[in-house]
Design a protein around this ligand. Structure first.
Ligand SMILES: C[S@@+](CC[C@H](N)C(=O)[O-])C[C@H]1O[C@@H](n2cnc3c(N)ncnc32)[C@H](O)[C@@H]1O
Length: 124
């Protein structure tokens, strides 16, 4: 399997040592870019991990449109997001999103929510 890692140029600039340590550097092409503009074309599968929760609906549609445009016939889109269960109990997801929230200067539209909310919206 081969992969393309897309992230902001300033982020992927530091990816080399991590990919090498994981033993996958020869199978991963690193691309600096902007998923609001375009994503690399021709992949069999596109994976968005902890990406969509950061953006509002219109921005998510742009990202998803760009994935759809880039993939070939039969392409697949894999989305991995944290779902926080209902209630106020401690969970890894609640902890993660709380710390992420406070550490981010650009969090205009966080959408990580309770499992109940996502279920109501038919997303889980
Ligand atoms: C919460 S992190 C998730 C990173 C990775 N997918 C993971 O699961 O560890 C969201 C990522 O989106 C990247 N990102 C933000 N805006 C971007 C853009 N316009 N184009 C490409 N990547 C972007 C950030 O640099 C960050 O690495």
């Amino acid at each position: 399997m081969r992969a393309i890692l897309l992230d902001r140029p300033e982020v992927v600039a530091g990816a080399g040592p991590t990919l090498a340590a994981a033993g996958v550097a020869d199978r991963v092409q690193v691309v600096g870019g902007d998923f609001f503009a375009a994503v690399p074309a021709g992949g069999d599968a596109y994976a968005l991990g902890a990406v969509l929760y950061d953006w509002d609906d219109d921005q998510c549609v742009t990202i998803l449109d760009n994935c759809r445009r880039a993939m070939g016939e039969g392409g697949r889109l894999l989305i991995a997001e944290i779902v926080i269960p209902p209630g106020d109990g401690p969970t890894t997801g609640r902890c993660w999103t709380s710390t992420s929230w406070w550490s981010s200067a650009a969090a205009p539209a966080r959408r990580t929510s309770t499992g109940g909310c996502w279920r109501r919206r038919g997303c889980a």
